[in-house]
Design a protein around this ligand. Structure first.
Ligand code: ASP
Length: 343
């Protein structure tokens, strides 16, 4: 004899189980993780007071993003707000504090991607926009395009009511000193494609790019990245950070969100962020396995320095890097920020 169907189960079946669905939708635990750049990050090279300030900035950015997620805000909102905190800090290579180009100017790149819709926005070669990540988001939401560059991107910013800042706004003493040292060392020498050449200072990779990945209560993933690029870049060089699939990628379907940092040329050639997510999607690899494969097995033999922060659809996150260190952090199970700088 068939067993009687319990009355509650019957009611739920008849009402298309909205109760059950609402439960799933509203109980996704939000998750948030960031990086602040990878490279030659050695404890002996960082003064204690600088280290403390970097840690405080990362904690502030993490708690800013996570507070938005806790209130039910979107992953995109959390990423934009947290990256703005680090763009406004002079201690990261994004917004204020960006590295200088070979001309002694500042050119900024950023991108953001919505894992739910695959909508994305990117900007490159900005010289007068205080918070590039916010302009990247406007490109995504207020233009029919994915990527805008240079003066065109800035004209779009003006049309959206975004205030501009003078290029010198981004300057800091530290970056000036770094620039002067480089200029003295390369005076008169042409740039070669050899990392042994001091003119190729980008090969001696400097850290500070910022990025974030998030999972919101609705179960949506997103990722974003912002950078001043590589030091002393020239000829309008653009790295991976504003390139969707190279420095930034997010897809709910793949169950994966990535923000990268490192020598962008390698991240572009190897479509690092997309490759990690496609491995998760097609090969059903864990984010840890996929990221380790790309960062260690693919990039290292090519000499591609860098790292990534990756999040899966359950909100687990990993930081994987092949450099001496990576500024990084996440929000732990108790809702507290955890920050690490070294290997
Ligand atoms: N990936 C950035 C670029 O190549 C730089 C960095 O992450 O530090 O522009």
């Amino acid at each position: 004899m068939p067993r009687p169907i319990p009355i509650l189960a019957l009611l739920m079946a008849l009402t298309h189980t909205p109760y059950a669905r609402a439960q799933t939708a509203s109980t996704t635990h939000p998750a948030f993780a960031m990086h602040g750049g990878a490279g030659k990050i050695l404890k002996q090279n960082i003064k204690p007071e600088v280290e403390a300030a970097i840690r405080a900035d990362l904690e502030q950015a993490l708690t800013t993003g996570y507070a938005i997620l806790q209130r039910g805000g979107t992953a995109l909102d959390a990423i934009e707000a947290a990256i703005r905190v680090l763009e406004d800090s002079p201690r990261f290579n994004a917004g204020k504090g960006a590295v200088m180009t070979a001309q002694g100017t500042f050119e900024l790149d950023a991108s953001i991607m919505d894992g739910q819709t695959l909508a994305a926005g990117a900007v490159a070669g900005l010289m007068h926009i205080k918070n590039p990540i916010s302009l990247a988001r406007l490109v995504m939401t207020k233009s029919p395009h994915v990527m805008l560059i240079g003066s065109g991107a800035e004209a779009f910013a003006l049309s959206q009511g975004i205030d501009t800042v003078p290029n010198e706004y981004f300057a800091t003493d530290v970056r000036h000193q770094q620039y002067e040292k480089w200029r003295d060392s390369v005076a008169g020498k042409p740039t070669q494609q050899s990392s042994a050449d001091p003119a190729n200072a980008w090969a001696d990779h400097k850290y500070g790019t910022v990025g974030a990945v998030a999972l919101d209560r609705q179960g949506n993933l997103a990722a974003g990245t912002s950078t001043g690029g590589t030091p002393f870049k020239r000829w309008g060089r653009v790295g991976d950070s504003p390139i969707i699939g190279a420095g930034t990628y997010a897809s709910n379907k793949a169950g994966c969100a990535v923000s990268g940092t490192g020598v962008g040329e390698y991240f572009i050639r190897n479509t690092v962020a997309a490759d990690i997510c496609k491995r998760v999607e097609y090969l059903h690899e864990s984010i840890d396995k996929a990221a380790k494969h790309v960062i260690h097995d693919v990039l290292v033999p090519q000499g591609g320095d860098g790292g990534v922060v990756v999040m899966d659809k359950k909100g687990h996150s990993v930081h994987v890097f092949n450099t001496d260190g990576m500024f990084r952090g996440y929000i732990d199970a108790n809702g507290k920020p955890v920050v690490e700088l070294y290997k």
